[in-house]
Design a binder for this molecule. Structure first.
Ligand code: FAD
Length: 305
């Protein structure tokens, strides 16, 4: 990218890296580089960064990279790393406030400890609050947007806005702007409304939910959770297993033996292309054998080399 960065980025307080590996920032541990990788110091610093960046440079927010496949050719423009171990969580006016960079399991524990119910499901989703908002993450009957009172967003022009659920068309793992425009703003914070619950019960629920995940998911191997959305009335994992695809490998990537809707990178040697080819292979086999088209849940970013 041809830019005179020192002038553009004067006064920034975050960390700016060029040609930075994104494999380190995705749970699949695969993929290429970002032209620019920015770790903002805080929300105002991020706004400053966006205002300084030429408007034609694309910006991609990344949380904990637990739902993305970054192609081997990398991502053009700037990737902004949103995860922040020091991000704020608070109780405000009966709502739970979370910066977008908070890890979702941390939000789940915070809510449970403050006597809030129905946030427990977030304990098993290893992303950030921003990623959960972008994906409408959910499991075991829980869904992120069911509890959102309002969000703070940051536009590409560096301006903040407060939005409510009415501003969005929210679906299964899908969040679009209600006016039809793409939801290309960055979520910087959210206020959640959870019903009152019992602290001991909430903690016990989190514990049993995590035990269930450890028993059923290949959590010790690099993965990105469920690769495909569940088709209406069925489970992607059931279809993939029924097609005999468990263990099927391409390059360094294989369909998990433990959970057929997971693709794992056991030796950390998979290229993103191996994973993408395996996704295509699973889709083709399931379509031929069952007539059902599986749609990826993971988001594929960037370019092939
Ligand atoms: C072991 C495992 C289990 C999982 N289980 C579940 C599950 O039960 N249910 C479920 O729904 N998901 C699950 N996932 C997938 C994933 O954890 C969720 O989708 C999670 O919410 C993604 O958060 P993230 O911060 O990692 O987002 P990323 O993967 O970093 O990003 C995902 C998308 O969101 C966008 N994005 C990220 N942050 C922001 C932001 N601040 N503002 C705007 N856009 C943003 C990115 O650009 C990208 O398009 C699982 C993943 C793993 C590895």
């Amino acid at each position: 990218m041809m830019m005179h960065e020192p002038a553009l980025f004067a006064g920034l307080r975050g960390r700016l890296m060029r040609e930075a590996s994104l494999a380190r920032h995705t749970t699949w541990r695969a993929g290429g580089n970002a032209d620019l990788l920015y770790v903002p110091a805080d929300r105002d610093d991020l706004s400053h960064f966006l205002r300084g960046l030429p408007q034609n440079v694309p910006v991609t927010p990344l949380g904990l990279g637990s739902n993305v496949l970054v192609r081997d050719g990398g991502v053009r423009g700037a990737v902004v790393l949103m995860h922040d171990p020091g991000a704020a969580l608070a109780i405000a006016d009966g709502l739970v406030y979370a910066d977008a960079g908070v890890a979702s399991p941390k939000l789940a524990r915070f809510a449970a400890l403050h006597g809030c119910a129905e946030a427990e499901f977030l304990a098993g989703i290893p992303g950030t609050v921003g990623g959960a908002l972008a994906m409408n993450a959910g499991c075991y009957g829980g869904e992120t947007w069911r509890h959102v009172a309002r969000v703070e967003t940051l536009g590409r022009d560096g301006e903040f806005a407060i939005r409510t659920p009415a501003d969005y068309a929210i679906g299964y793992r899908s969040v679009l702007r209600a006016d039809g425009s793409s939801a290309d703003e960055i979520f910087t914070a959210a206020w959640f409304r959870f019903p009152l619950g019992d602290i001991a019960r909430g903690r016990a629920q989190i514990k049993s939910l995590l035990a269930r995940r450890i028993a059923t998911q290949p959590l010790s191997l690099p993965n990105a959770g469920s690769v495909f959305r569940n088709p209406p009335g069925d489970h992607a994992a059931r279809l993939i297993e029924a097609c005999g695809l468990k263990g099927h490998a391409i390059g360094g990537a294989s369909v998990s033996e433990r959970h057929a809707n997971f693709i794992v990178n056991p030796a950390r040697r998979a290229r993103a292309a191996d994973i993408e080819q395996l996704i295509g292979h699973v889709q083709a086999v399931v379509r031929t054998r069952t007539g059902i088209s599986l749609e990826p849940e993971v988001r594929i970013l960037g370019e092939s080399p």
